[in-house]
Write a protein that binds this ligand. Structure first.
Ligand SMILES: [Zn+2]
Length: 457
């Protein structure tokens, strides 16, 4: 009897053999039809990405999606958006939805849709992915960002297929093709894509011309400069996607996001209509930092979150060096002095636990300083240091803090540099500013101490 029960439990708990959720998304004028095929009978299907609109903290899906199939509703249940079967019955195995593109910001998540000028629209595939629950009221208790294993929800995977003319996939295009996308935008009716030096640039046809021209020429130059000094990138043809949100608001702003293989940028504001050097610098810096991750992040990745300072600090220093080499007007000390100031405050706690503690800035700031030390030890060639990290990590595609410090010891003329860095990573410091100043000194990096007692270049 016990064996029978165990077998039964196994059958219920192991739906891995089931088909994935399949959904095709087809354009219909300015709207889209999402046509779902669900693999099992379930009374609720929740959306993995259910975070609300940033503007009013309400479900953006309920505003922009309309269910066309009888017997099922789209509801907000607790922290989740979900398809729920009416009257406790299972959700029909085929559900059709008509959706208008929602282009507003979503809390801590990717923009569902972007308008790219003319009739071009980008849709994010991750917002279509579903999980199953046995009983719909299970949805009410699921917190935002729940652990799927602990919550015992049915994860069948969701295979998304965008359909339309002039369609381009930007982001995890390989995963998308295999039906296991880690995040990609389907670009419908895309405007001009310019491809050079292994990177595609897709630009909103309404983006102010000076920004469009700068992105189109600067992006391949960054990729060219990095490839020349770092070797091949760890990813196939990535895409830079730049959207214009309009010039109604005062001032100018840029916000960005990234996915594997995609650098996403959105510009807006009246001041951005005319050439604005500060905005240009910010955009160039962002592209360079994110492009660095095609090496530090894709060619070699961190082993665990404790080692993520290697990627973020390294990307910051690569970006500073690369932008400065291409743009003589770029302020090369600003970013590094901010790093020195911030790490001097944040390294009271171990840099290795920055992610757990919700202080990711420590990874960027302290990581950039450690990278600066490695650069000095490599006779000014940080690219060479990174190239060695990539080569050493070839077997596993990962690097951890120990391996990074070993690489530093192998490069440096003395072994005095790695112990103070290790201390900041593993323990933090009671007096970070003093420890960082001492580290710069023993690395032979020139600095001064400012009025606040912070080391500055
Ligand atoms: Zn980064």
């Amino acid at each position: 009897m016990r064996a029978f029960l165990a077998l039964l439990a196994l059958l219920i708990a192991a739906p891995a053999a089931a088909e994935p959720v399949r959904v095709t998304v087809t354009r219909e004028g300015d709207a889209f039809i999402a046509d779902y095929r669900l693999p099992i009978d379930a009374s609720g299907w929740g959306f993995w990405r259910s975070s609300p609109a940033a503007s009013d903290n309400q479900s953006w899906r309920l505003k922009s999606w309309k269910v066309l199939t009888p017997g099922v509703t789209l509801e907000r249940r607790g922290q989740q958006d979900a398809f729920v079967g009416i009257g406790g019955r299972p959700v029909p195995r085929r559900v059709r939805v008509r959706l208008t593109p929602y282009t507003g910001e979503v809390t801590s998540n990717y923009v569902p849709a972007l308008r790219l000028g003319g009739d071009s629209i980008a849709l994010f595939d991750g917002h279509f992915a579903l999980f199953a629950v046995g009983r719909a009221n299970q949805l009410d208790r699921l917190p935002a960002g729940f652990d799927p294993q602990a919550a015992k929800v049915g994860d069948y995977g969701t295979a998304i297929e965008f359909r339309g003319r002039n369609l381009r996939i930007a982001g995890d295009a390989d995963g998308y093709r295999k039906g296991e996308s880690a995040g990609a935008y389907g670009l419908f009716g895309v405007p001009r894509a310019s491809v050079a030096n292994g990177i595609a640039t897709v630009i909103d046809s309404e983006l102010p011309k000076w920004i469009a021209d700068d992105l189109t020429s600067f992006t391949p130059r960054v990729m060219g400069a990095m490839t020349a000094r770092l070797g091949p990138a760890g990813i196939g043809q990535p895409t830079v996607l730049a959207a214009w949100e309009g010039g109604d608001r005062q001032g100018a702003s840029m916000n960005g996001g990234t996915l594997k293989g995609l650098i996403l940028m959105r510009f807006e504001g009246q001041a951005a209509l005319h050439e604005l050097p500060a905005l240009r610098s910010m955009a160039r810096w962002f592209i360079a930092h994110e492009s660095s991750h095609f090496w530090l992040g894709q060619a070699v990745d961190y082993e665990s979150a404790r080692d993520s300072w290697i990627m973020e600090g390294g990307a910051d220093l690569l970006a500073v060096r690369t932008v400065a080499a291409l743009d003589p007007t770029f302020d090369r000390t600003k970013v590094l002095n901010e790093a020195l100031a911030d790490c001097s405050k944040l390294a009271v706690k171990p840099v290795g636990t920055a992610i757990e503690r919700g202080e990711p800035r420590a990874n960027y700031a302290c990581g950039a300083i450690f990278s600066l030390v490695a650069e000095k030890a490599s006779k000014g060639d940080f690219y060479g240091f990174v190239r060695n990290l990539i080569a050493a990590g070839r077997a596993t595609h990962t690097v951890n803090s120990d391996q990074w410090l070993t690489a530093l010891d192998a490069t440096a003329s003395n072994l005095s540099l790695s112990p103070p860095i290790r201390k900041l990573i593993e323990q933090g410091s009671a007096r970070p500013a003093d420890d960082i100043a001492a580290l710069l000194k023993s690395a032979g990096i020139l600095y001064k101490v400012d009025a606040k007692g912070l080391p500055q270049l």
